[in-house]
Design a protein around this ligand. Structure first.
Ligand code: SAM
Length: 265
């Protein structure tokens, strides 16, 4: 990430920080409960330990992996050889968000979870362990990283994760064909406007009233902000919640008026 990009992101974050509301600023009972029962329940839980122990091991790892990067990457132009510890540090969603995904899955109880961007499997593991009877489909473009994630799922004893390897462009349509409906979708790879909108439209074509989509890095670049705005404006979308580093999208038709919230997290 260039210095200029870091400065731009910091400015956007400050704007978010001063604009974002809390539970007292929302009149929607649905959003109020989501804040009270999920977002604000940040206390540590024993259930998070296996994932954080694994993260600790990955951060200490001396291993190096040959990486095929099909996405927007980290905008650093990183080469093909990467340390596993660097991937764990830079690509995996931090603890705070992994744990939020865990609570969101427990709260919404999706039958199926679809993730674009497995990486080492940290976020996958949080979602899969939150509901062991949910089917978790996760896609990763780099075959070597897929294998590292496979080892991690085995170490964690997770049996409800189905991994797919390949470019989202080719694999996503096939995975969606296998799924009845994507109840819970987390899009965390190839953070560019057009691909993000393409993934959104492919998933939204099978959306259910209760579905929830999560987009990562919605403020990462102007292009990602444009994609987020288009998603908010989509006629199927009835509620969005901007948490700055991620955005939540809902499709429930009982929300009579479309609303967009920006909530401090
Ligand atoms: C930010 S990482 C995912 C992190 C992971 N969700 C976590 O929080 O632990 C994004 C991953 O998406 C993969 N990726 C990016 N673009 C892709 C594409 N077009 N097709 C398949 N995989 C892609 C990258 O290889 C990378 O491992």
């Amino acid at each position: 990430m260039s210095i200029q990009h870091q400065i731009d992101l910091a400015k956007k974050y400050l704007k978010y920080y001063f604009k974002a509301g809390n539970r007292h600023d929302v009149h929607s009972p649905f959003v109020f409960s989501l804040i009270e029962d999920v977002l604000n329940k940040k206390a540590d839980r024993p259930a998070y330990r296996p994932m954080e122990n694994l993260r600790g091991q990955l951060l200490q790892s001396k291993a190096v992996v040959n990486v095929t990067d099909l996405g927007a990457g980290s905008l650093t132009g990183a080469g093909t050889q990467r340390k596993v510890s660097d991937i764990a540090r830079h690509a995996a969603k931090p603890e705070k968000f992994g744990q939020l995904f865990y609570r969101l899955v427990q709260y919404f109880q999706p039958g199926s979870v679809l993730e674009l961007g497995t990486s080492l499997g940290m976020s996958t593991a949080y979602m899969a362990s939150a509901k062991p009877d949910a089917k978790v489909y996760t896609i990763e473009g780099c075959p070597n990283i897929t294998e590292l994630a496979r080892t991690n799922f085995a170490l964690l004893g997770l049996q409800n994760v189905q991994q797919f390897t390949g470019n989202f462009d080719e694999v996503l349509p096939k995975v969606l064909e296998q799924m009845q409906a994507p109840d819970f979708v987390y899009i965390d790879g190839n953070h560019r406007k057009e691909p993000t909108l393409d993934y959104f439209h492919q998933c939204a074509a099978k959306v259910q009233d209760h579905s929830i989509f999560i987009f990562d890095d919605i403020h990462w670049t102007p292009g990602m902000e444009e994609a987020w705005k288009e998603i908010q404006d989509d006629e199927r979308v009835t509620l969005t919640i901007d948490l700055f580093f991620i955005g939540l999208v809902f499709f429930r038709k009982d929300f009579k008026i479309k609303q967009h919230f920006t909530i401090k997290y």
